[in-house]
Design a protein around this ligand. Structure first.
Ligand SMILES: NC(=O)c1ccc[n+]([C@@H]2O[C@H](COP(=O)([O-])OP(=O)(O)OC[C@H]3O[C@@H](n4cnc5c(N)ncnc54)[C@H](O)[C@@H]3O)[C@@H](O)[C@H]2O)c1
Length: 272
């Protein structure tokens, strides 16, 4: 292979935070973990539900990749530190962090409870802060820079009523660019992905969308038609963007806000 086509991910070690998904489903985190492993990285699959994380590891092993699971609630600082220590003790270095955890909300500020505001802010922001806090020194000590990808949403810049969620995802944009400024000198690139509607287990099981059978085919079609390309986003689309941003191919890219949405955010079509 032409060396310039090498993604440079062999021998790299990655943590994907929130890399589980229900059943055989492909969430954004699971897709990123599988694709990073297929590209040659060793992957720590971290999720608060260890069974879901273990399923991701099985899927990676089936594809001849290398990964280990760890159960951890990543809103908790000691769990975040434990995950970074686990990567270092199992694999001896750390190069890549995909901060994928996020939960949805559906109400306006008038309707939303203060408790749920606190919960969304805690789950959507704290793991990115805490995981980065412990991962960056480990990346620096590994000696070859690093890459952090934070997962936001097009709802950060094109809200459609997911008010608390949109607010938290807006903060992810600022956090990513501020971290890029702080750690560029350490050779650590920090980028942010803004996914559009993606059909993942979290979405079709989410109470804000749920009917008895999960998301209806009409709702899926509406989301699909919101794309200029009229295609439905999948976890794989986000996972591939994570691999690209984590690779040598993106060595000159930091502080970037990458929209991955099939053009949804350019269109006035309702995305459901
Ligand atoms: N699915 C979409 O349409 C969509 C659109 C825009 C943005 N996003 C963002 O993409 C990211 C992933 O979403 P997804 O739908 O692919 O979900 P996913 O399938 O990747 O699942 C997220 C995982 O995170 C885990 N998790 C939740 N809280 C945790 C915690 N405290 N500690 C450890 N693990 C925890 C869950 O157990 C779950 O396995 C989220 O940040 C979401 O906001 C999704």
């Amino acid at each position: 292979m032409n060396d310039s086509l090498d993604l440079g991910l062999k021998e790299k070690v990655a943590i994907v935070a929130g890399a589980g998904a229900k059943g055989d489903g492909i969430g954004n985190g699971r897709a990123a973990a599988i694709l990073l492993a297929e590209a040659g990285a060793k992957v720590v699959v971290a999720d608060k539900d260890q069974e879901l994380a273990e399923k991701t590891v099985e899927m990676i092993n089936d594809r001849k990749g290398f990964a280990k699971s760890i159960g951890a609630d990543l809103t908790n600082p000691s769990d975040c530190k434990r995950v970074v220590d686990f990567a270092m003790s199992q694999f001896g270095r750390l190069d890549i962090l995909d901060n994928n955890i996020g939960i949805a909300s559906s109400l306006s500020v008038v309707e939303e409870t203060e408790e749920y505001w606190d919960r969304v802010m805690e789950v959507n922001l704290k793991p990115m802060f805490l995981m980065s806090k412990y991962a960056i020194p480990a990346m620096i000590s590994s000696g070859d820079g690093g890459s952090i990808v934070n997962i936001s949403s097009i709802s950060a810049t094109r809200p459609k009523g997911l008010t608390v969620y949109s607010t938290s995802k807006g903060a992810v944009l600022s956090l990513s660019q501020a971290m890029a400024v702080d750690h560029g000198g350490d050779g650590i690139r920090v980028n942010c992905i803004l996914p559009g509607p993606v059909y993942t287990p979290m979405v079709y099981a989410s109470s804000s969308y749920l009917n008895e059978e999960g998301m209806s085919s009409e709702q899926r079609l509406q989301r699909q038609n919101a794309s200029l390309l009229q295609i439905e986003g999948e976890g794989w689309d986000i996972g591939k963007a994570v691999v690209y941003l984590s690779s040598n191919w993106a060595r000159y890219i930091t502080g970037h806000l990458m929209i991955v949405d099939g053009g949804c955010s350019l269109s006035a079509r309702a995305r459901g």
